[in-house]
Design a protein around this ligand. Structure first.
Ligand SMILES: N[C@@H](CCC(=O)N[C@@H](CS)C(=O)NCC(=O)O)C(=O)O
Length: 343
């Protein structure tokens, strides 16, 4: 916590990871101050090693500020410093599944988010018009906004390759997104959240990506409203869960993983798993291209070192489980192809 009990952060309404974190802070009753990406106040603040949104600023015991990024460890940092309304499930088996689904949302759903936004003309047009207006509360003039529209669009379109969106992978990304929202829609018929009656880190991760996919970018928003109305409505509720009261028995137990959750994990096993494994293999062999197959379709992209680390963290998390819990996780994942992730 920093600055008179207020957590300071920099972010943007267009950043899925910013939205993941601000919804979590609201749910956990952690007061915060959000600075937009070009707020004047930022000039006085330290820069993080990797410039990512959101950036959090923490005050040390001498009152010096330190900048930190990466939502997944930040969530665990807040779990240690602030108690109550935890987003980490109490059964280690469910905690592992939560970690996996959080990474799936952060690393795979984001491919759909980036792809739809910068691939289709309606979506490019909307993002180009709106995103530059979200950088500062001070109004900018029209000429400046038009120039920013061009700069933003050109830069982001030229970076589609980073997430692996291209002519070959477009149908794979879209197919996976559609199956995912259908599976989540079915799950939400019986459960308020992924792991029962209270939200976990993975719910906020999925919510973050869906604030864009279901609510902002016209092509996937239309799709989501039509194919998955529960998902569409869920996003607005997760946005502000400040009033939700929860108890320990609101979590699912690892002994009763419902079929609808297994269906979501099966979708994880179809795309994310083979691509994460092929990426790790390419990084290890120093190859220039990642090649994989998803549902009989080809996947090609440049290697992505950060996602190599993500796979490592998932494996470490699994290794940290007791032998009995590892067996329980393996039994659940066996049916879903996610077991292959664990080496
Ligand atoms: N793993 C990071 C990812 C954060 C991230 O990739 N943020 C994007 C915006 S949503 C970003 O800052 N990209 C760099 C850029 O836009 O220049 C997290 O979970 O916070």
């Amino acid at each position: 916590m920093s600055m008179q009990g207020m957590q300071l952060l920099k972010g943007s309404p267009a950043s899925p990871y910013t939205r993941k974190m601000t919804a979590l802070l609201r749910y956990r009753h952690i007061p915060y101050r959000l600075l937009l990406t070009e707020a004047d106040e930022l000039q006085t603040l330290p820069k993080p090693k990797v410039p990512l949104l959101p950036t959090f600023y923490f005050e040390d015991e001498n009152g010096k500020l330190d900048a930190a990024v990466d939502s997944t460890p930040l969530i665990r940092r807040f779990e240690k410093s602030i108690t109550g309304k935890s987003v980490i499930p109490n059964d280690p088996v469910i905690e592992f599944l939560d970690f996996l689904l959080e990474d799936f949302a952060d690393e795979w759903l984001t491919k759909a988010m980036f792809h739809y936004r910068w691939y289709y003309s309606d979506d490019i047009e909307k993002a180009g018009n709106v995103l530059p207006r979200w950088r500062n509360i001070k109004p900018a003039d029209d000429d400046q906004l038009l120039q920013l529209k061009q700069e933003f669009s050109n830069r982001q379109i030229s970076r589609l390759y980073v997430v692996g969106s291209n002519e070959v992978t477009a149908p794979v990304i879209e197919g996976s997104y559609k199956r995912y929202i259908k599976a989540l829609n079915a799950h939400l018929q019986n459960f308020a959240f992924l792991f029962g009656r209270r939200p976990a880190a993975a719910d906020f991760a999925a919510y973050g990506q869906l604030t864009q996919l279901a609510k902002f970018d016209p092509t996937p928003a239309k799709l989501t409203e039509k194919m998955a109305p529960r998902v569409y409505a869920w996003v607005d509720m997760v946005d502000d869960l400040s009033g939700l009261t929860v108890s320990e028995d609101d979590w699912l137990s690892g002994n009763e993983v419902p079929p609808t959750l297994l269906e979501i994990l099966k979708e994880v096993g179809r795309g994310y798993v083979p691509v994460m494994l092929a990426n790790a293999k390419a990084l290890l062999a120093g190859q220039k291209t990642v090649e994989a197959e998803v549902e009989g379709k080809a996947w090609v992209q440049d290697p992505f070192p950060y996602q190599g680390k993500c796979l490592q963290w998932i494996r470490e998390k699994f290794e940290s489980l007791s032998e009995q819990d590892q067996k329980r996780v393996s039994a659940i994942l066996e049916e879903t192809r996610c077991r292959d992730l664990l080496g």
